[in-house]
Design a protein around this ligand. Sequence first.
Ligand code: HEM
Length: 424
Amino acid sequence: MVTHIPTIQTTNIANEYNPFIPPQLDNPYPIYARARKEAPVFYSPMLNLWIVTRYDDVSHILKDPTHFYSAHNFDPASPLPSSVLEVVRKVYPNIFNLVVSDPPKHERLRGLLTQAFNLEKELRPRQQSRNWEIAHELVDTFVQDGRADLVQQFTLLLPSMMMSVMTGLPHEGIKTVLQTCDNIAKLLWEQNPLEKQLEYAHSIVALQEYLTAQFEERRTEPRHDILTDLIAARLHGEKPLEIPEAVNLITTMLFAIYENIPKGLSNTLMLLLRHPEYLQAIRENPTLADNAIEEAIRVEPSVQGLIRTTRQAVEVGGVTIPAESRLQIMLGSANHDESHFPDPDRFDIYRDSQQKHLAFGTGIHRCVGIPLTHALGRISIQVLLERLPNLRLQPDTVFEFEPNLIFRVLKRLPVEWDVPAVVS
Ligand code: HEM
């Protein structure tokens, strides 16, 4: 864990910056806009992080893993007590091995994952048709109610249901994986009593033992699933994955899906519901859905900021940052940078500059889940529009977000519709 605390002059923006409380929690984009003008790179004493806000600096840093490395990206927010560390020592090192690895190790892991998670193969017809069924099954549970919370009743439930087909793990196994993903996040980033921390740590060890057994089974009896493909993957001149590496890679993947799909999809649906004219346009021309998803992810990125650490003292945007400092690279700000996106705060599904947004990162760690995100987004939008006539926000809806350093998390998305007549 890097604990360097610089003694530097802080700007007003630095002292005002607090993403955890309103008004910045409700709408962080005005303070980013001020920062881009007044202090594009500043040190936040509250977070002990250097905040980088301009598109060009963000893009430059993400493309330079030599000077800005990833190994500390998932460090705990505060040191873990020794009894918890005792348990955690049994965990395979680097739970999120792909995202926290730097070159040259990263290239091997990414190559093996991409080979196994070949998206053409993964989105093969069986998975695709199951995804459509899952979206319909979720809507079946509330279609006759005339109202629902799309976060609790739809977007949060979608990933666990589709992961079962993808991984070949039984539904109960997936539930354990997802519960443990929550526990990992709580252990790393939340303040909890010691007994809770111990419970979380034990659950991570149990998950790894469970996944190890699943991989071992597939070594002797291969199946048609991503776990089998992961341990079978081979790169020229490289060692195949050891089981602990495979366990951590699949945990990284499942964590990425579980964390990102509900948040990305909720934010996308929120923006579309606030613009009924776009919903109508997509109803009439479903091919617009992909552009709409991309633009929504630009405007309300579910990952607001990524962490990087400086290897040595380095200048960014005219500011010298000391060695071993942690930076937060604000994707949410880069995507609203007026020098790259005209009228940047406007949600415009016909915009043609949206493709260069940075919500999926850039450089060697650029997201591997973009096609899956689009596929699930298209399916969800189409099924919701088809099954819920005149879908709209409930009157007086107020949008509230969870206080979270990394993610933009919508709490609820209350909608209503004209209940369709039951065909007997
Ligand atoms: C709205 C949806 C999503 C968003 C906004 C998103 C965003 C991101 C971002 C910003 C990164 C870069 C991380 C970094 O540079 O440190 C990333 C990496 C990654 N994403 Fe996604 N993601 C999404 C969906 C998914 C899905 C569905 C999957 C799985 C299929 C996935 C798997 C990954 C993986 C494995 C990485 C690490 C790649 C590497 O380190 O080489 N993501 N994602």
